[in-house]
Structures are given as C-alpha cells and as structure tokens.
Write a protein that binds this ligand. Sequence first.
Ligand SMILES: Nc1nc2c(ncn2[C@@H]2O[C@H](COP(=O)(O)OP(=O)(O)O)[C@@H](O)[C@H]2O)c(=O)[nH]1
Ligand SMILES: [Mg+2]
Length: 252
Amino acid sequence: MKISLVLPTYKKEKEVIEQLDRLYSYLTRKNSDFELIFVIDGYVDNTREILEKYIKENRLSKVKVVGYRENIGKGYAIRYGMKIADGDVIGFTDADNDIHLRSLGYAINSIKNEDTLAVIPSKFHKDSNVEMSFQRKFLSTLLVDLNKILLRLPKDIDDIGCGLKLFKRDLIKKVLPVLTVDEFAIDSDILNEIGKLNVDVEVIPFFLSKNRSDSTSTNLSAELGMIRDIFRLSLKNKYFFGIKIFNLLSIK
Ligand SMILES: Nc1nc2c(ncn2[C@@H]2O[C@H](COP(=O)(O)OP(=O)(O)O)[C@@H](O)[C@H]2O)c(=O)[nH]1
Ligand SMILES: [Mg+2]
C-alpha cells in the first residue's frame, strides 16, 4: 500500500529538513512504499533551495518538491499536491515538526483497515496529549460548532483543523475537483464534501511534540478568514441555515 503525504510548505526554512528527515526514516521503516510531496506555497524564502540541495546530497528518491512563485495559502497548496499524488492512501501533514510521529503511526495503522476511508485526529480524543488553555479550548470548540451548524460533517467529528489527515485514494480523488478553499478552512471543505457522501471517518487521538514552532494559523486574521470560508461553503452547499439549525440540538 503506497502512501502519498503532501506537505504544504510556507516559510519553513528552519524546520523543513528535520521534518523531511524524520518522516523519511519513519516511513522507510513503517511502510516502505511512500512519497513525500512538498508543495512550496510561494517562493518567498529559501525553503525550496534548502530542500532540493538536501534531497540531492542524500539521494532521497521518494521526495518531490513542487510549487509556485506567489503565496496562495495552505488549502491551495494541499489541493495542488493531492492532484499529483498517486498513492493508495493520500494525505497531508504540516511541514514543521509539531505533530508527534505517534499520530502518523496511529493514522497509518487505522487507514490500513480495508473499511476505513478517512482518518482524522482529534485534540479532544481521550487519549490525546494536547493541553490547551481555557481560551484556546473555548475558541476551538466554537469553531467546530460553527462547522457543525453550517456544514455537513461526517458524524463523530469533534475537531477539524489538526494538521494531519489520511484518505483512501478513491475517496479523496472524488472530492478534489469540487474543493474551493485556498486558505486554512481546507479541512472544513474536505470534511464537508466527505459528509455529503455519507462516508464515515475514523477519529483517532492526536499527539503533539514537546518542542513546537510558533503558530501562524491561530491569529485573528487567519481565524476570521476561516469563518468567512465556512460561511461561503455553507452557501455552496445550498443548505439553508434554517433547516440545519436543527443540528444545534445535537451539539455537545
Ligand atoms: N501560515 C501559513 N501556512 C501555510 C501557508 N501555506 C501553506 N502553509 C502550511 O500550513 C501549515 C500550518 O502552518 P503553520 O505556520 O505551521 O501554522 P500552525 O497551524 O499554527 O502550526 C504548515 O505546514 C505551513 O507550511 C500560508 O500561506 N500561510
Ligand atoms: Mg505549525
């Protein structure tokens, strides 16, 4: 079973080689058939050059580096990479080292199950190691509830934005052509389309590393952009707030 992992990459000069190294050796041990696809979301620093040099020097044959000149956003980068991915399993993860490899191991074991079509980690899973401030937890829950009210998420989903997701190829290739989000709400876009197909997803625990880089997706402008895109997706669904409002009752 070949695994294609897309890494949307924006200004990750400092972190990207460590992420490449640890994923490459982990996947070599765990699942020898794989490809890593780094999508450079704008040639705005030296990330691309650093990656290409390292890959050449170390003769890493299972890595592709693709990209484009202007920065567009995480969603666009993920869609760009998934279009060229050809694994039996296609997924994405962040280009820094914040996510513990244990999460990936968990996800791969789950997706190997024949009946599992999508694996989504959740910070709120009882086995997750994610500690959040009250404020962070509150905002995160609010955002998830907004998704639940406005979109058609698969059942059991209680977290949206963890930077790791795996899908069976047939499922993700089916939804890719209808995805429209260029920025951080890409996870909502994907889950909404999967929900419309009535596909069940497997929710797994999420483990973060001890040393983490600065977060750039949890600032006001990114969050407002996400909210704008979630509303836009709900209009695309032609699913009216008035009808969906019944879902309020099922929010935990
Ligand atoms: N901030 C940001 N991240 C991007 C963009 N395009 C792709 N990414 C990637 O999105 C992922 C998450 O971004 P990151 O800066 O680590 O923010 P975090 O979600 O707060 O950890 C990383 O893999 C980034 O490289 C972009 O335009 N802005
Ligand atoms: Mg990060």
